[in-house]
Design a protein around this ligand. Structure first.
Ligand code: ASP
Length: 321
C-alpha cells in the first residue's frame, strides 16, 4: 500500500470516528454582530435549546463587524469539524448586492444546517421625535430630508435593507448612520443621538413597551399580536412594504455530512422546544416549519432570496451612501 493511499485511508477513518462521537466538546456559535442585538438574541436562545439534544453546550461568540463580514469569514476559515458554526440572517442574501467589496460567496462558501426563525421588523424613532404617527413622519421626513440621521446595523444588514426600502419608497434621502450591529444603533437611538432605526422585534419590543423609543410602524402584513397598537406600514401608506428577517445556521464548507445531519436534527428539536418557542413568541419571532430547518431548506431560501432582493436593491441603489 502506498504511503499516500494509507494516509488518505487514515484521514477518512478519523473523520468517520470524529463524526460518530460528535459532539464531544462545546460548540462555538459565531454571531457576527454585537451582543444584545437581534441575531444575538436568537443565537443564545436557539443555542441553549440545541444543546439539550446535542449533550454539549453551544457557546456564543460575538464578532461584530459591518454586515457581519468578519465573523462570516472566520467560519469559512475554521476547521470543518462541526465545532465552529455561524448564525446569520437575511443579510446573507443581501450582502452580495449591498456590500461593494465582499470577498466571499454566500452560495459557494458554506455548508448549511438550516433556517431558525422569521422575525418581523419595526420602524422606531427617538422618543422626542415630533411626529406622532407615520403620516406625520412622512411629511416631517420630506421637509428635513438629509438632516434626519437614519441609523442601521451596518452595510448589508437587515436594518440597512429596511432603511433603503424606506428611503426609496418615500423618495426621501436621509443620512445613513451605520453601526456594527443593531444593539449599538438601538442604544444610540435611546440616547437620542440618532433619529430613526428599522430594527427587528426581538430587540425593539421591550424598548417600545417601555416607552424608550417611539414606534411608527411594523413591516408585517397584519399587526403584531405582541405590539397590537403599532400599525403596519402597508396599512398607513401606499408606499409601505413588507419585510421579514429570516435567520440560518451555517458551517464551514467541508463539514462531514453526518455532523451536519446531527446539527440539523438538533435544530429541529430546538424549534419544538417549549422554552425556545415561548421566548420567541414573547418577542414576536416565529420558529420556522421543520422542512425549512434543513440544509436544503436553507440553501433554497438563500437562492430565492438572492434572486428576490437583487433587483429591488438595484432600484434603491441611489440611496446607498
Ligand atoms: N443582523 C442584524 C440586522 O441586520 C444586526 C444585528 O443582529 O445586530 O439588523
Amino acid at each position: 500500500m502506498s504511503g499516500k493511499f494509507f494516509a488518505a485511508l487514515l484521514l477518512g477513518a478519523c473523520a468517520v470516528a470524529g463524526a460518530q462521537s460528535y459532539p464531544s466538546k462545546p460548540i462555538t456559535l459565531i454571531v457576527p454582530f454585537a451582543a444584545g442585538g437581534p441575531t444575538d438574541v436568537v443565537a443564545r436562545q436557539v443555542g441553549t435549546a440545541m444543546a439539550k439534544s446535542l449533550g454539549q453546550p453551544i457557546v456564543v461568540e460575538n464578532r461584530p463587524s459591518i454586515g457581519g463580514i468578519v465573523g462570516s469569514e472566520a467560519v469559512i476559515r475554521a476547521e470543518p469539524d462541526g465545532y465552529t458554526l455561524l448564525i446569520h440572517n437575511i443579510g446573507m442574501a443581501t450582502l452580495p448586492s449591498l456590500s461593494r467589496n465582499l470577498r466571499f460567496n454566500p452560495l459557494r462558501d458554506f455548508a448549511y444546517v438550516g433556517e431558525v426563525v422569521d422575525v418581523p421588523m419595526t420602524l422606531v424613532g427617538r422618543k422626542d421625535l415630533p411626529p406622532t404617527g407615520f403620516k406625520e413622519l412622512n411629511v416631517y421626513l420630506s421637509e428635513k430630508r438629509r438632516q434626519i440621521n437614519l441609523a442601521n446595523a451596518g452595510i448589508g444588514t437587515a436594518s440597512h435593507l429596511c432603511s433603503l426600502l424606506l428611503m426609496s419608497r418615500l423618495g426621501v434621502p436621509m443620512t445613513s448612520v451605520p453601526y456594527k450591529g443593531a444593539a449599538p444603533a438601538m442604544s444610540d437611538l435611546m440616547g437620542r443621538q440618532v433619529d430613526l432605526l428599522c430594527d427587528q422585534v426581538t430587540t425593539t419590543t421591550q424598548p417600545i413597551r417601555g416607552g424608550l423609543v417611539k414606534a411608527y410602524a411594523a413591516t408585517t402584513k397584519a399587526r403584531l399580536p405582541t405590539l397590537p397598537s403599532v400599525p403596519t406600514l402597508v396599512e398607513q401608506s401606499t408606499d409601505g412594504f413588507e419585510m421579514t428577517v429570516w435567520h440560518g445556521i451555517y458551517a464551514p464548507k467541508r463539514t462531514p455530512k453526518e455532523i451536519i445531519a446531527k446539527l440539523s436534527a438538533a435544530l429541529r428539536h430546538a424549534l419544538v422546544d417549549k422554552e425556545f418557542r415561548d421566548s420567541m413568541a414573547k418577542l414576536g419571532a416565529l420558529p420556522v416549519a421543520a422542512d425549512r430547518a434543513t440544509p436544503e431548506g436553507l440553501q433554497g431560501q438563500l437562492e430565492r432570496e438572492i434572486e428576490r432582493w437583487t433587483p429591488i436593491i438595484k432600484q434603491a441603489e441611489a440611496y446607498i451612501d
